[in-house]
Design a protein around this ligand. Structure first.
Ligand code: NAP
Length: 336
């Protein structure tokens, strides 16, 4: 039997996840949708020809007897309310990042899930489902390069819009590294510093770009992440792990190699959606399979909380220029 899904939020990623669940993935059916803009929700249902019911709001959808599990893909500030309501209804919920816009909001979700006594929440951090990151983690875990000592990473976007502010380099961009590097190293951050190199003339006046985020983990691994969101040339994600006995790099996305016009070249992707499209499929299939098997796994509410705590410290470090402690409490036994 297909898992009956309800989707809250039919904007860009919501529409894409509805298409994915209806046309690409196995064993799921979107039976209910809602959005603050009900006309838009109805249009998505009609465009994708899924025959789902449009609900007047998120709470009506969560409490519907026809809905077995939720996808929360609405605007970030609404996530906390809907995830807490899903937990109260005892329904599994996949929540796009951020789990909540404040660390305190994430903590409330962690507490509600622990009180419920069983995992219900999967956070939409998709990089741990990317084939390249999984291969990199397998190499680290195998011990082939010894213990990881240093990581050199980059998150580059060709350009960003006028609404993109300096702190969004942390909350919207670096947040994916904050999640995936914790997972990659099975380690937590203890401190962070942000330094600003010479500003790119391609960045708008209000934006400090690029930035270098320097993280230290509990085991002493040092990480530098270059966040450069006006790099012009492409969407480029880099991660190099320097271990005691060798170096491992995140694989490049596979592209045809060209010899033409006296050049040897590989195309570079321009759009983040293309870079991680397969990972989105795998993460949502994992949620569907997990719910059907009675065992939600993947990035947890605790991981959402840990990313939010680290992001807060990064923003404080952006503003102060100082080394800032990342004050993550001990992980509850429930999430070990
Ligand atoms: P979007 O296009 O603006 O879509 C959000 C939708 O939610 C809009 O239709 C919005 O309506 C609606 N909405 C806002 N408040 C609502 C409420 N209370 N109840 C129901 N619907 C509500 O944004 P998006 O790009 O799809 O992003 C959505 C979320 O996914 C964000 O949290 C974003 O960070 C996350 N995301 C994650 C990834 C990833 O890589 N994992 C990628 C993209 C997005 P209005 O437009 O009328 O306000």
């Amino acid at each position: 039997m297909s898992l009956k899904l309800g989707v809250i939020g039919t904007g860009a990623i919501g529409r894409d996840h509805i298409r994915r669940c209806s046309q690409t993935l196995l064993n799921s059916q979107v039976v209910a949708v809602t959005d603050i803009n009900l006309e838009q929700a109805a249009k998505v249902v009609a465009d994708l020809q899924i025959g789902a019911e449009v609900y007047p709001d998120g709470h009506a959808l969560i409490n519907s007897a026809h809905v077995e599990a939720l996808l929360v893909t609405s605007w970030g500030p609404s996530h906390e309310e809907f995830v807490l309501a899903a937990i109260a209804a005892g329904k599994p919920v996949f929540c796009e990042k951020p789990l909540a816009v404040t660390a305190d909001g994430c903590r409330k979700i962690v507490e509600a899930e622990v009180a419920h006594g069983k995992r219900l929440v999967q956070v939409g951090f998709m990089r741990p489902y990317d084939e390249g990151y999984r291969a990199l983690k397998a190499v680290i875990d195998s011990g082939q390069i010894g213990e990881p000592l240093m990581l050199h990473c980059a998150h580059r976007n060709p350009s960003v819009g006028e609404n993109y502010k300096t702190d969004m380099a942390i909350t919207d961009t670096l947040i994916h590294e904050l999640d995936v590097l914790r997972w990659l190293l099975a380690d937590d951050y203890v401190s962070v510093q942000v330094v600003f190199p010479r500003k790119s003339s391609k960045a708008l006046a209000h934006l400090r770009d690029p930035q270098i985020v320097l993280l230290e983990t509990a085991k002493g691994t040092r990480i530098d992440v270059e966040v450069f969101v006006n790099c012009q040339y492409g969407y480029d994600i880099q991660c190099e792990v320097v271990g005691e006995t060798g170096i491992a790099r995140l694989p490049e996305p596979s592209q045809v190699q060209m010899r033409s016009g006296a050049k040897l070249s590989n195309a570079i992707l321009m759009d983040w959606k293309d870079r991680f499209i397969a990972a989105y499929d795998v993460e949502l299939q994992a949620f569907i399979d997990g719910v059907r098997a009675g065992q939600v796994s993947g990035p947890s509410a605790w991981d959402g909380f840990a990313a939010a705590v680290a992001a807060d410290a990064c923003i404080e470090a952006q503003n102060s220029g100082q080394i800032v402690k990342v004050g993550l409490p001990d992980r509850p036994a429930f999430y070990r």
